[in-house]
Design a protein around this ligand. Structure first.
Ligand SMILES: Cc1cc2nc3c(=O)[nH]c(=O)nc-3n(C[C@H](O)[C@H](O)[C@H](O)COP(=O)(O)O)c2cc1C
Ligand code: SF4
Length: 461
């Protein structure tokens, strides 16, 4: 099985990393120069592993091509997507490849400073990546690009790229208006013609937009391997449109939740069996979600290959390949209620239709799940689903719209059964899969998420 991002034994020293071939990717990039480095990534066909699958070389080229005195690189290791643990698995297995990817990205886009953003609660990964940066800085490998590690808050929005920049600048995770390549870190140019913020000390230039590359940790971990072994090697794995491997997480109703690196193109069911040891005995899979950001994948589509094109073709999305599995004992109204509540609580409220709409949808789902709902609740939900994205600054509102609408479409009979029967026909406690740890076939979920309120405070335990 193709496996280079998750070595069988963790790499915990720079010497071991260099002995395994580490550093060769950066050396080759420096030989080639920035433009040819981006061209190599384009030929490899690497796509962003943060959720959207955007072509990585196109993003690099856009940032490299923007004018300005400062360019920055940000590695997104916030990993807030429910059902996902792959960036933490990569940082535990080999943090050096992520740091080398950051430095190559800095070289390619002309950035002298880079930031790696992780949640402050990721203590093991913070320790590993801090040590890797210190060792690589000490060895002169980070000479041309200063790498700083930023400890961020628990909020889901911390991983949203425009909010991540706000956190690095010392603010709360509230998405700004313009994308990072147009309005980057410490930008002094106004976003909308007027700006109340003072320019960042040390960056005194006026009207600088500081184009910034924000890229996921797994995406960057691929970069040194591609540069060292070449685009053709990378294309020996996966498909034409989705080359390489992906680090998939499988949690929920499976025998042994886990993380594993699989070749892109592997059928979803083979991933559920290979990584998560398959459904529990006697159970069948009813629904699979790739995080809370994509439409539900139903039992009819379990053989879908893990590629961006195949998931798009069935009306869903590969996302960050963090799969949440529900078997035939799970209530899909309860799943919708939990997903909607998570997005409502995590919404920042800068765009009123997002906060109000996700709150209203959650309220109607609460009523239906409790057996106190009626057809009017479904109508009201549908109306809010249509409006929740109005004026949205970020994609969270679209997640609420697509994931909840997809559950209503795929499982209408479960909603009818709750309304007509006056209660839940499949009462069972379903843990919400915001993963805190995942090892030895056991997933630990965040117990505090249940207490989190829509204003981001916590109810007493
Ligand atoms: C609400 C929200 C949360 C997100 N959380 C993460 C995250 O934790 N990690 C991540 O890499 N991308 C996250 N993203 C996607 C980022 O905005 C961005 O698209 C990604 O970091 C780009 O990396 P890539 O091009 O390598 O895929 C999130 C997006 C949204 C809307
Ligand atoms: S769409 Fe929602 S989460 Fe995103 S910025 Fe607006 S209110 Fe905040």
């Amino acid at each position: 099985m193709a496996q280079f991002l998750l070595p069988p034994e963790p790499i915990t020293t720079l010497d071991a990393y260099l002995a395994s071939g580490g550093g060769r990717g950066l050396a080759r990039a420096q030989d080639l120069g920035p433009a040819a480095t981006i061209e190599e990534l384009r030929r490899a066909g690497l796509r962003g592993r943060g959720g959207g699958g955007f072509p990585t070389a196109r993003k690099f080229a856009t940032v490299a091509g923007q004018s300005g005195t400062h360019h920055y690189v940000v590695c997104n290791a916030a990993e807030g997507e429910p059902g996902t643990f792959k960036d933490r698995a990569i940082l535990r297995a080999n943090p050096y490849q992520v740091v080398e990817g950051v430095i190559i990205a800095g070289f390619a886009v002309g950035a002298a400073e880079a930031f790696i953003g992780l949640k402050a609660s990721f203590t093991r990964e913070l320790e590993a990546v801090t040590r890797a940066v210190a060792e690589m800085q000490g060895a002169g490998i980070c000479r041309d690009c200063q790498v700083t590690i930023v400890r961020g808050p628990e909020e889901y929005l911390f991983g949203e790229e425009k909010a991540l920049l706000e956190v690095i600048e010392g603010g709360a995770p509230l998405p700004r208006l313009l994308p990072p390549y147009e309005h980057g870190l410490f930008a002094t140019a106004p976003q909308t013609g007027w700006e109340a913020k003072e320019p960042e000390p040390g960056h005194p230039g006026r009207n600088e937009s500081n184009p910034t590359l924000v890229t996921n940790a797994e995406t960057l971990a691929n970069v040194p391997h591609i540069m060292a072994k070449g685009a053709e090697w990378f294309r020996t794995m996966g498909t034409e449109e989705s080359p390489g491997t992906v680090v998939a997480t499988v949690v929920g109703d499976v025998i042994a939740p886990d993380v594993g690196e699989v070749e892109l193109g592997t059928p979803l069911m083979a991933v559920i069996e290979g990584v998560g040891s398959g459904p529990r005995p006697g159970r069948t899979i009813k629904a699979v979600f790739s995080g809370v950001a994509n439409p539900v994948v139903t039992a009819a589509h379990l053989q879908t290959p893990l590629t961006y094109e195949a998931f798009r073709a069935i009306g869903s999305g590969l996302g960050a390949a963090g799969f949440i599995i529900y078997d035939d004992t799970a209530c899909m109204v309860e799943v919708a209620r939990q997903f909607s509540r998570f997005l409502y609580v995590e919404s920042c409220g800068q765009c009123p239709p997002c906060k109000t709409g996700s709150g209203e949808i959650t309220h109607h789902l609460d009523l239906i799940e409790a057996g106190a709902g009626s057809a009017a609740d479904i109508d009201s939900m549908q109306a809010w689903i249509a409006q929740v994205t109005d004026g949205n600054r970020c994609y969270l509102a679209v997640e609420e719209q697509t994931v909840i609408a997809s559950i209503l479409r795929a499982f209408p009979e479960e909603f009818v059964a709750h309304i007509e029967g006056g209660g839940c026909p499949l009462p069972r406690s379903l843990p919400f899969p915001k993963i805190v740890d995942l090892r030895d076939g056991q997933a630990t979920y965040d117990a505090d998420q249940y207490r989190k309120r829509p204003d981001w405070t916590y109810a007493p335990a």
